[in-house]
Design a protein around this ligand. Structure first.
Ligand code: PLP
Length: 451
């Protein structure tokens, strides 16, 4: 529970040399300096204790302080502190095999350091793949508005969130954006499934308008996460997979957030029966945030195209730290724990029996929609249910501050699209105790009910 120490007294006003991420300068704001963590909780240097309702940046899936993971990293560092993946090392070989097993088909994995890099790697792979299979003009990548795919220029070009791109555009040529399956505010008539399928239809239309011979790939998060937890009908994902196959457009599934159990399946795409993406990108939950690691898993048929003889047919891409031996050892231990402790099943069950209680907030006038997949929840906040006008920034900030005051950190879709940064995001560690989850639900419930 929050000790309620004097926040102003003990946190820094502005850290003198550290440039924080997404930091809007405010001379009156205070900076929280995180200090220690245990399970789903962390403390700042003042001794205030917080329940981490967003798992850091949706990555601390197994919570703080897993000694086994720490030991795996330390042992690996002692044994082989570093080796590049221009060679092989055992943790990377084993991890690539494990990823293929978990994905349920034969995949070859290229390692990097982050989700952004995993996607950048995928974009280079798809361009080269089409080039080497007789379709050199296939270079365009389609993504959805509100989707997030990373911060580097290529990944940012696939990120169709206008606010994240302010002052960085123009992006990389060849990235196109299409309407998302956002049934709550859809321009299409019909129920959720119908409206989502019409959004899928727009993807097919776009491929035709652009010329199928120019479209290389479609990238999607199975559940748009940072863009406001937008959960499509599973038929939408199946339809997208069919369209991609029909036009020889590679389907890149960005599992950076939804991978490794967060949504109640090992990977988010597994909710959609029969879908097997051409490429799966991952990071975050792959190591539960203990060390940086990104991975781009491609179907073996795609990798085969890179086995052709000739000086330019191999993948000319390298990352010094990508697939670091310690990161791979951590990922292997992380996956071992996820399997041993039946974390995916746990998320499915507690997602219903505990976090599912948040569904009741739909009764509140300011809650337009409650969207949930396992331990990934979005509360779309509105001024009233009829107009659906997004709740303003000040009110949103107040909700988040009130939760923090009560010892719970929650998030929101900040700086995504103009005028629609009104989704509260909740994504606690997958190992949170039942008591923790009750505390989270009660806190959010009481704050919203006092609006
Ligand atoms: N893809 C998705 C869906 C993400 O949510 C993120 C980060 O939040 C990324 C990619 C980028 O990952 P990273 O911050 O590790 O580069």
């Amino acid at each position: 529970m929050n000790k309620k120490a004097d926040l102003n007294n003990v946190v820094e006003k502005e850290t003198p040399h550290l440039w924080n991420a997404m930091h809007r300068y405010n001379p009156d704001a205070t900076q929280m300096v995180a200090s220690t963590g245990e399970g789903s909780w962390f403390s700042d240097e003042a001794g205030n204790k917080f329940f981490d309702g967003v798992s850091g940046l949706w990555c601390l899936n197994l919570g703080h302080g897993r000694q086994e993971i720490v030991d795996a990293a330390a042992e690996q560092m002692k044994k082989l502190s570093y080796s590049p993946l221009t060679l092989s090392h055992r943790p990377a070989v084993e991890l690539a095999g494990k990823i293929s097993e978990l994905l349920g088909a034969n995949y070859q994995t290229f390692f990097s350091n982050s989700g952004s890099e995993a996607n950048e790697t995928a974009f280079k792979i798809v361009r080269q793949y089409h080039n080497q299979t007789g379709n050199p003009e296939k270079y365009k990548v389609i993504s959805r508005y509100r989707g997030y795919h990373g911060s580097t220029l290529g990944a940012l070009s696939a990120t169709a969130q206008a606010n994240r791109r302010v002052k960085y555009d123009p992006g990389v040529p060849g990235f196109l954006h299409v309407y998302p399956p956002y049934s709550y505010r859809s321009i299409f008539d019909g129920d959720k499934e119908e409206s989502d399928l019409k959004a899928a239809q727009l993807v097919e239309e776009m491929i035709n308008w652009e010329g199928e011979e120019t479209v290389a790939a479609f990238i999607m998060e199975p559940f748009i996460s940072g863009g406001g937890v937008i959960i499509p009908s599973m038929k939408y994902i199946q339809r997208i997979a069919e369209i991609c196959q029909k036009y020889n457009v590679l389907l890149i599934m960005d599992e950076v957030v939804s991978g490794y159990g967060r949504t109640g399946e090992m990977f988010g795409f597994m909710h959609a029966e029969g879908v097997q993406p051409d490429i799966v990108t991952m990071a975050k939950g792959l190591t539960s945030g203990y060390l940086p690691l990104g991975a781009t898993a491609v179907k073996s048929e795609i990798y085969d195209v890179f086995k052709k003889a000739g000086k330019d047919n191999h993948f000319r891409h390298v990352s010094t730290y990508g697939g670091h031996p310690a990161s791979c050892a951590v990922a292997l231990k992380n996956i071992e724990i996820i399997e041993r402790e039946n974390i995916v099943e746990r998320v499915r069950e507690l997602g219903k029996s505990k976090l599912g209680d948040l569904q009741q907030l739909i009764e509140h006038e300011n809650v337009g929609e409650v969207r949930q997949a396992g331990f990934l929840i979005g509360l779309e906040m509105v001024t009233d249910k009829q107009s659906k006008i997004p709740l303003d920034d000040v009110k949103m900030a107040e909700i988040i501050a009130a939760c923090k005051e009560k010892g719970v950190i929650i998030g929101r879709n900040g700086d995504t699209v103009p005028g629609q940064n009104n989704v509260i995001i909740i994504a606690p560690p997958l190992t949170s105790t039942e008591e923790d989850l009750d505390f989270l639900v009660d806190t959010v419930d009481s704050v919203i009910n006092s609006l």
